[in-house]
Ligand binder design. Structure first.
Ligand SMILES: Nc1ncnc2c1ncn2[C@@H]1O[C@H](COP(=O)(O)OP(=O)(O)OP(=O)(O)O)[C@@H](O)[C@H]1O
Length: 206
């Protein structure tokens, strides 16, 4: 399985953001996207997830048997945590597990793996910023999807939680998963491919 991006270009509000982007990501590998504020990292991730249309180019998920559906093969962790504040932590994770399908790690185990034990009954809205982010990371674990697309995933996390998440990402890669991450903060993915979106700001000729 591999993600192939060919000649991708993006605009927001009619303004050119990036163009001429090519990459290929194989199973077991991570891609870290960097670039200054406004260079288009979140835009690129949203295009990969099918939430925005590119102005040029395409993205494919290839396997030995042909093309696979990219959107149902990925988890998207955006800037927002996408949890309902009035539902408990457990109810939120149960909702996402049912919605995304492919049940994987049990909710209790996932909460343990992100260092959140004993707060599953609390409304999500009561949690601290870092605790909310950790619940969102637990969402990646409760349903299996091979591709994790994560936008500033460690924003608000303390050092111990950053390390825990780095280990979860390494395990996901070791199990044949893929990770595409936009970040300003090193994520501990030593062998990752890297793209600096700053290098794709000049409009490429058609
Ligand atoms: N809905 C929109 N309409 C017009 N312009 C937009 C819209 N959303 C984003 N932009 C612009 O698109 C550009 C790229 O934004 P994007 O959020 O992708 O950047 P980023 O690299 O993720 O930035 P940061 O590092 O600050 O998170 C920015 O100049 C932003 O102002």
């Amino acid at each position: 399985m591999r993600v192939v991006v060919t000649d991708l270009a993006a605009e927001r509000g009619g303004q050119h953001i990036f163009s001429g982007l090519f990459f290929s990501l194989e199973q077991g590998n991570a891609l870290v996207i960097t670039g200054e504020n406004g260079s288009g990292k979140s835009t690129l991730l949203r295009i990969i997830c099918g939430l925005l249309e590119p102005v040029r180019g395409f993205i494919r998920l290839e396997s030995g048997e042909g093309l696979l559906d990219l959107q149902s093969s990925l988890h998207y962790l955006g800037h927002q945590n996408a949890m309902k504040p009035s539902l408990s932590v457990r109810e939120n994770l149960q909702y996402w597990r049912t919605f995304n399908g492919n049940p994987h790690i049990e909710i209790d185990d996932a909460l343990e793996q992100v260092g959140l034990i004993g707060i599953d009954h609390l409304p999500f809205g009561y949690l601290s910023t870092g605790q909310k982010r950790r619940v969102s990371i637990a969402k990646l674990l409760v349903s299996y999807r091979p591709i994790w697309v994560v936008d500033e995933p460690t924003a608000g996390l303390d050092e111990a939680s950053e390390k825990r998440f780095a280990n979860l990402m390494k395990r996901h890669l070791a199990e044949g998963g893929m990770i595409i991450a936009a970040t300003h903060i090193p994520l501990g993915l030593e062998g990752a491919q890297r793209i600096d979106l700053g290098a794709y700001q000049t409009e490429s000729a058609d």
